[in-house]
Design a protein around this ligand. Structure first.
Ligand SMILES: *[C@@H]1O[C@H](CO)[C@@H](O)[C@H](O)[C@H]1NC(C)=O
Ligand SMILES: *[C@@H]1O[C@H](CO)[C@@H](O)[C@H](O)[C@H]1NC(C)=O
Ligand SMILES: *[C@@H]1O[C@H](CO)[C@@H](O)[C@H](O)[C@H]1NC(C)=O
Ligand SMILES: *[C@@H]1O[C@H](CO)[C@@H](O)[C@H](O)[C@H]1NC(C)=O
Ligand SMILES: *[C@@H]1O[C@H](CO)[C@@H](O)[C@H](O)[C@H]1NC(C)=O
Ligand SMILES: *[C@@H]1O[C@H](CO)[C@@H](O)[C@H](O)[C@H]1NC(C)=O
Ligand SMILES: *[C@@H]1O[C@H](CO)[C@@H](O)[C@H](O)[C@H]1NC(C)=O
Ligand SMILES: CC(=O)N[C@H]1CO[C@H](CO)[C@@H](O)[C@@H]1O
Length: 480
């Protein structure tokens, strides 16, 4: 039982091996005759070319042994070995074998030793140009082949890969070659870029004819750019040694216009244009009112507003009522048939990009004079030699002025002439006193009749003018 099992196992091995390894086969000549020579042939068929050495073995002497290999049509390769023997009587049933000695060989493979990375070819400094594609050229030796990565600000850049360059890539990178070990090197990258003109600064910000004006061009570039200008009057402007600034002494109208600054470096150039214009804050003169700022209802008036400045300021009005007529340029404002709602404060503002100025004007309602009363103290009739005061009260806007028509000129006037004083009234002072109040809008008159009565004699009157100054001399004037 045990033996049987062993046999099965062996046959299993043998059949597996058979599939893998070819077994040579021995052939004898068809007729083998005593004392003659015969050829023993060994063949080996296989699907692949094997380096094989066939050896025919038996207890005799072989001669003329030959081995050849030929390709069969069915893709088999056949190796044939033939040997000759001289047949003797004793050879009957002699056993022969054919032994195949194979020699097979793998493809040649190199043996690699594990070696730590060493950065070999890695420049200390790299100069890149913005917008282009660039890579770190950091080669390293080592086995397994190390990966090389350069890092800045937590961003990794792989060796050999191209990256679009931005100026923020300028800086120090730590390049690491890594397999089972690591090698480090720091690489300085500086990114250059073509110029960009950021601004042309005009100084002073506010400028008028005659001023000294500078235009300064500011550009960002690496390497630093050179500057050139296209100017209005090249003969009349001075360039700074580095061409960043041009100076105009005594600004004239002919200097005004467009100036262009160009900044260039080896990577390109960029230009910016700036308009040189006068720049003057608005300055206004007072609002003019025609014919008058005191108005009567129904009047037609015109308000006008003037402002200087550069660029020419735009004008705007704030009015008590919207029922006004503006000129298209807002310089004048007309009010037709003025009403009470038009009374109030008018303001005109002038504005340009450099500033603002404004003026206000109050429009008041004018009132024609009206004499309200002439009061007499003491009351009439007036006794001779007594003192007499007449006061004229009138209304009107503007305040009216007073004038009198008197029976006698021997009176004293108050400074505004509204009051007259007579000291020691005489008969001649009797008569009609007319007070006239007047302003530019009109006049009004009221008359008061004064009767002087004598002491005892009712018809005779003597007049004494007492020249005593009752009031301060500076406030009074005396009419003789
Ligand atoms: C058989 O063919 C293979 C390729 O098919 C060739 O390399 C080899 O030399 C040939 N051998 C002979 C003996 O012709
Ligand atoms: C660098 O600048 C580019 C473009 O402006 C931007 O896309 C990128 O995120 C920036 N990189 C870093 C690390 O700041
Ligand atoms: C300044 O500009 C002029 C032309 O505008 C040019 O000829 C000159 O070389 C420039 N100078 C410098 C220092 O860039
Ligand atoms: C104002 O103008 C109107 C129209 O022109 C006219 O009829 C009116 O008489 C004018 N008023 C005054 C007070 O001038
Ligand atoms: C005139 O003034 C008004 C406001 O008061 C403003 O809206 C308008 O733009 C001004 N017109 C001009 C030509 O400045
Ligand atoms: C009149 O006024 C004068 C000066 O003030 C005064 O001296 C005199 O007494 C007055 N006469 C009368 C009658 O009041
Ligand atoms: C004074 O006025 C009255 C009427 O207003 C008049 O009758 C009289 O004649 C006038 N007297 C004088 C002296 O003018
Ligand atoms: C193993 C074997 O058979 N050996 C024989 C080989 O042949 C010689 C003579 O030719 C014999 O003596 C051996 O016994």
């Amino acid at each position: 039982m045990k033996l049987h099992l062993h046999f099965v196992a062996l046959s299993l091995v043998s059949s597996t091996v058979l599939a893998l390894l070819p077994i040579p086969k021995l052939h004898f000549d068809e007729q083998i005759i005593e004392d003659d020579e015969t050829v023993i042939t060994c063949t080996l068929k296989y699907t692949e070319l094997l380096e094989v050495n066939l050896e025919i073995k038996g207890n005799t002497t072989f001669r003329d042994c030959k081995q050849k290999t030929e390709n069969q049509t069915n893709n088999e390769i056949q190796t044939i070995k033939t040997c000759k023997i001289d047949v003797t009587k004793e050879m009957d049933q002699m056993e022969f074998t054919c032994e195949a000695q194979f020699k097979t060989q793998s493809k040649p493979e190199k043996m690699y030793l594990q070696t730590e990375p060493t950065i070999t070819d890695c420049p200390d400094k790299l100069f890149w140009v913005e917008g282009e594609e660039n890579s770190f050229h950091c080669k390293a030796t080592g086995y397994p082949t190390p990966t090389v990565t350069c890092k800045k600000d937590n961003v990794d850049y792989k060796e050999g890969q191209n990256y679009k360059t931005f100026r923020n890539m300028t800086g120090t990178y730590s390049c690491v070659a890594r397999n089972f070990d690591a090698d480090k090197k720091s690489v300085e990258v500086s990114v250059q870029y073509k110029p960009k003109v950021l601004e042309i600064k005009v100084n002073p910000p506010l400028r008028d004819e005659g001023d000294t004006v500078t235009l300064t061009c500011k550009a960002d570039a690496d390497p630093a750019p050179t500057y050139t200008w296209r100017t209005i009057q090249p003969s009349n402007v001075q360039f700074s040694p580095d061409n960043t600034t041009i100076t105009i002494q005594g600004l004239k109208k002919s200097h005004l216009g467009k100036y262009m600054c160009t900044a260039s470096n080896k990577h390109g150039s960029h230009s910016l244009e700036e308009e040189l214009a006068l720049a003057v804050k608005p300055k206004m003169s007072n609002i003019k009112v025609e014919p008058s700022m005191e108005v009567l209802e129904g009047d037609n008036i015109t308000l006008s507003c003037e402002a200087k400045g550069s660029p020419p300021p735009t004008l705007s009005w704030v009015t008590p009522s919207l029922e006004v007529q503006r000129s298209p340029d807002n310089r004048t404002l007309k009010i037709w048939r003025l009403q009470k709602k038009h009374i109030g404060t008018y303001s005109c503002s002038a504005q340009n990009k450099h500033g603002k100025d404004s003026r206000t004007q109050i429009i008041t309602l004018a009132v024609k004079p009206k004499v309200l009363s002439i009061t007499v103290k003491p009351s009439t009739p007036v006794a001779e030699n007594g003192n007499l005061t007449l006061t004229c009260v009138a209304e009107g806007v503007p305040q009216p002025t007073y004038s009198w028509h008197l029976p006698s000129s021997n009176v004293l006037f108050s400074p505004d002439s509204s009051t007259i004083n007579i000291l020691a009234v005489q008969k001649a002072h009797g008569g009609n006193y007319s007070c006239t109040a007047q302003n530019k809008h009109g006049r009004d008159t009221m008359t008061k009749r004064i009767t002087v009565t004598g002491k005892g004699d009712k018809t005779e009157t003597s007049i004494t003018i007492i020249l005593t100054m009752l009031m301060s001399t500076s406030l009074m004037f005396y009419l003789s």
